[in-house]
Design a protein around this ligand. Sequence first.
Ligand code: ADP
Length: 221
Amino acid sequence: MAKSKKQFAIIGLGRFGSSVAKFLSEMGYEVLAIDSDPESVQDLANIVTHAVSADSTDEEAMKALGIRNFDVVVVAIGENIQASILTTLILKDLGVHKIIVKAQNELHGKVLNKIGADKVVFPERDMGLRVAHHLISPNIMEHIELSSDFSIVEMKAPSAMWGKDLRNLDIRAKYQCNVLAVKRNGEMNISFPADEKLLVNDVLVIVGRNEQLTRMEQAYA
Ligand code: ADP
């Protein structure tokens, strides 16, 4: 028998929460959307499976909604840090399997990790970093942080690389960064030959230590 699709609950339907809820619904998942503000609930009523107005800091209300039965619960309460922490604690107490929480700042994130959030996300900080990287080097199209020290970047081959091959560019020796793949004409090649010349619209996928990646980005900016 096919495994049934995962069920998600999203608490807090601001810009972030509602965008997560909408996307999951569009992908065909069952979504319970919760917000204390009836207007925010109304906006999603026709999009998600169930949309209810409830205060997530009310343990009995969360129990009544059967929150424990959802595979993943996303807490997307932004500004009200106290409500976000209390909600996470309640979900933890109720035995929710996987809790993902949006943090407002580093300290909020630390507290969430301490009380058992399975994943803490920082959408504003991450988007800010991406924009900053793009400003330093317009060739950077994507920046994915793997840990606080390492990242993967997607970099449009700068003009200095056109007609050169990976062996001659020697990015590994110069910047201690590794080219994982080269995207050409929309196709990802994960074993791009070291002696093949890079072309104008190629995109390099590079992993490295943050300082070294920045050094490389600046050198090619
Ligand atoms: P964003 O930055 O993603 O727009 P906001 O902080 O503006 O996030 O929105 C958070 C949402 O969470 C708001 O719609 C608010 O009504 C909701 N919210 C805040 N506290 C609670 C709570 N205790 N229970 C349920 N929803 C809440």
